[in-house]
Design a protein around this ligand. Sequence first.
Ligand SMILES: NC(=O)c1ccc[n+]([C@@H]2O[C@H](COP(=O)([O-])OP(=O)(O)OC[C@H]3O[C@@H](n4cnc5c(N)ncnc54)[C@H](OP(=O)(O)O)[C@@H]3O)[C@@H](O)[C@H]2O)c1
Length: 193
Amino acid sequence: MANTDSRVTIHMAASLDGFIARKDGRVDWLETLDEFAGGDTMDPEFVEAFLKTIDCYVMGSRTYETALRFEAQGFGWAYGDKPTFVLTSRALPRTRETVEFHSGDLAAFVNERLRPRFRSIWFAGGGMLSAECLRLGLADDLRYSILPILIGEGISFFETLDKDVALHLAEVKAYKSGMVALRYEVRRHTGAQ
Ligand SMILES: NC(=O)c1ccc[n+]([C@@H]2O[C@H](COP(=O)([O-])OP(=O)(O)OC[C@H]3O[C@@H](n4cnc5c(N)ncnc54)[C@H](OP(=O)(O)O)[C@@H]3O)[C@@H](O)[C@H]2O)c1
């Protein structure tokens, strides 16, 4: 039985033109130099408390490989000690006990394995997995952090989405860094109205 309290959230940071990485996977543009005087500051204590509310992470293999590269470069592991499920059909290095690999039916995995166990299920990207998650109607919330930059081309927030997904805007927050954080709830009746 699915835990009816559980929520699946997709969250990524993207350029204003809708890209989560350059074509070659680089995310060097995530650090921007903007300043928006009227914006909020990101309180580290709030961030820490917020991260504690996330029960597990789910990501595509390419995002996992980026996370491993970041870690090898000394930037640390962004997912703490939370269970992290990596979707892949390949045999990838497992660098910590919290990482688990999965392949195959994403809907069955989320509804039968994750929802009964976890309340806050966080899809951390990338574009391919996020699109699959939305196509299958698995997402409840979508968090889109828009950075003040245009990069022209790259990997889209949602790669090859094949239908409309209607959303409800639930929260808007602008930060001093120039980032705008949007939270949408996925409307269950999708498509043209
Ligand atoms: N800006 C941000 O916030 C942000 C967030 C996350 C990622 N990123 C960037 O986005 C890029 C990666 O995104 P992406 O769209 O290229 O790839 P992705 O979604 O991270 O990974 C796609 C891969 O996951 C595996 N996969 C997906 N669904 C599966 C399923 N149901 N069963 C088994 N395997 C499945 C497949 O790989 P296999 O070949 O292994 O089977 C697929 O090629 C990276 O550059 C990363 O840095 C940015």
